[in-house]
Structure formats: structure tokens, C-alpha cells
Design a protein around this ligand. Structure first.
Ligand code: SF4
Ligand code: SF4
Ligand code: SF4
Length: 134
């Protein structure tokens, strides 16, 4: 059965391991080339929030905004990017209401989580996991 990435940030210490692991999949070791971003929540609790593709299964706004066909719905939720069809217009970025897509100037394309689960394997605190999708 198809799976998508989910998280429980209670145990997150903000180590950024997940982000750096994700960026290596694109040949970098840099937060700017990661599909997952960990941010501080602010306040005295010092908790962290995870910004990553929610793996939409319907009303996929990034896909609808892309007019070149560079984004395709992924089985199990979310989208897959065809780099060859992407013209870098950034319409997908503004269309995602949770801000899960950002643009990498180094790669000259948007960075979108493809729900591969690699980051989940490396989180030292088991904050990330893959969930089966009906
Ligand atoms: S990038 Fe945003 S709009 Fe696109 S599938 Fe992920 S959460 Fe949904
Ligand atoms: S930046 Fe690429 S993937 Fe995003 S909407 Fe434009 S062509 Fe589509
Ligand atoms: S599931 Fe894969 S593509 Fe998505 S953030 Fe984790 S490593 Fe990156």
C-alpha cells in the first residue's frame, strides 16, 4: 500500500538531520535544498514545527497551479516533479497553502518532498514516520 510522510514533533530537538539527509538526495548538504524544514515555534517551550508537503490526495493546489504538466499526482498523496517540464515559474510555491515548497536557486527548480521516507529512517528521535494511505 502507498505511504506518505507524517510527523510527531514532540520529541524533536531541532537537530536538522532530516533536512540535511533530504538535501543529500539532491546532491547537497544544505537546508536550502531540503524538502523538509524544521523551524522554531517561538515562546519559552522551545518546540519545533515541521514544514513539509502534507501529501494532499485531492484538491492538490500546487498541481493545479502548474501549467506545464511538471507536477503529477503521486500514488499515496503529494506530487512528483518532472524537472524537464519545469520552467521555474514558481506558481506551485504560492499555490501551496502551507508553504511546503520553496525554490532552490542552486538547483534552479522548486524543492518538493516526494514522500520517499528517507528522512524518517535517519531521525534520531523517531519524529518522522511513513503512514499507509487508503
Ligand atoms: S506541496 Fe502543498 S499543495 Fe502540493 S501536495 Fe504538498 S501540501 Fe499539497
Ligand atoms: S515552478 Fe515548475 S513545477 Fe512549479 S508551477 Fe512552475 S513549472 Fe510547475
Ligand atoms: S520523505 Fe524524502 S523527499 Fe520528503 S522530506 Fe523526507 S527525504 Fe525529503
Amino acid at each position: 500500500m502507498a505511504k506518505r510522510l507524517r510527523y510527531d514533533m514532540n520529541a524533536c530537538l531541532g537537530c536538522q538531520t532530516c533536512s540535511l539527509v533530504c538535501s543529500t538526495l539532491s546532491g547537497y548538504h544544505s537546508l536550502g535544498e531540503s524538502g523538509i524544514n524544521i523551524k522554531t515555534k517561538g515562546g519559552l517551550q522551545g518546540k519545533f514545527v515541521c514544514v513539509v508537503c502534507a501529501g494532499c490526495t485531492e484538491n492538490i493546489s500546487c498541481l493545479e497551479a502548474c501549467k506545464t504538466g511538471a507536477l503529477k499526482a503521486r500514488n499515496g498523496g503529494g506530487v512528483l516533479l518532472d524537472k524537464n517540464k519545469c520552467i521555474g515559474c514558481k506558481k506551485c510555491i504560492s499555490a501551496c497553502s502551507i508553504g511546503a515548497i520553496h525554490y532552490s536557486d542552486n538547483l534552479d527548480r522548486p524543492i518538493i518532498c516526494r514522500q520517499c521516507g528517507t528522512c524518517a529512517k535517519y531521525c534520531p528521535h523517531n519524529c518522522l514516520y511513513m503512514e499507509e494511505v487508503e
